[in-house]
Design a binder for this molecule. Sequence first.
Ligand code: PMP
Length: 360
Amino acid sequence: MTDNHIIAFTRGVPPIESFPIKRLEECAQTVLERDGNCLLQYGQAAGYVPLREWLAAQYAVSKGQVIVGQGSLQLLDTLVRVSLQPQDSVFLEQPTYDRVLTIFRRSGTQLEGIDLQNGLLDVAQLEEKLNAGMRPRYFYLIPDFQNPSGAVMPLEARQKLIELSQTYGFYLIEDGPYRDLRYHGQALPALFELAPERVIFMSSYSKLISPGLRVGFMILPPELAEMVRKFAEDTYINASYLNQAIAYEFIQRGWLAENLGQLKELYRPRLDTLLSTLEAEFSGRAEWVKPEGGFFVGLNLAQGICVPDRTAQQKAGLALSDSRGFFIDGGEQFVRLPFCALTPEQLEEGVRRLSRAIFS
Ligand code: PMP
């Protein structure tokens, strides 16, 4: 790697070497030969029926509660459009996924951030807002390997959130695209597993197969599912049946499980290298959650230390995303480090460049 080669800690994308191209090619050929007449026609708005039936069995819900879309973000956007009014309010973790923040901002609803401090949700702050009379419609959360912080919500916090959602009558929107990408340690139960009646669960094959497939899903209470389905029918008609059939064939052949195993082998050393290099370069100068999976590590720089601006990043051979996008307000001292698309060598070099750009 030459010195002028920019190391990009920008979007959380999978590396191209993770794409199972040959296997997807085989799946595409099989489904087209077997079922081309159906797949190339318009389809049902809620999505490809065999995939929905399989998901319904996985999550122990009725098929009518499962909507498959062109990625999970599209379904969240639709849910927001059909179910929120400007006078509603929504709670989010702060920081949170920047695109989701944009979707909620566009809806014109009142947004309230609940701080994640060193990866722990400030439950006292949440209770304060509820006690003060605030009544959110939704609380959007990423409990497993949060984007952008990497945090995993402890079991007690999950239970407390469910209790509060029951008491105050709001839905938890649980976004779980990284949940299965665990490289060390044991999984905690999903919010959806703890209280399916209080949780809208969304996830996606973007990080488990390929983002270009654009296959994501949402599990909703029947009346909300019907509103999302109707909006789909009235606008884009249906998300690509062909892509959903390819994903379904991939799953049925047992290749999703195999792919997940390979992804973990690929990403584990990347995470380990990032964490050990951060320890060497940023100890005492920043705080960060040490995740056991996912795509991100989020750095909170110590008081008085600022994120280098674009010019300083360029000079150091580095590109960062604008962290203010992850916050309703603030974010000047936060750096998101997506690690899956960089090799261990690039990660070591990237963290050193970041350290030099900040401290020299
Ligand atoms: N939610 C989170 C938390 C994400 O990080 C991402 C992808 N970066 C998405 C949703 C988007 O998923 P999809 O590709 O299925 O729209």
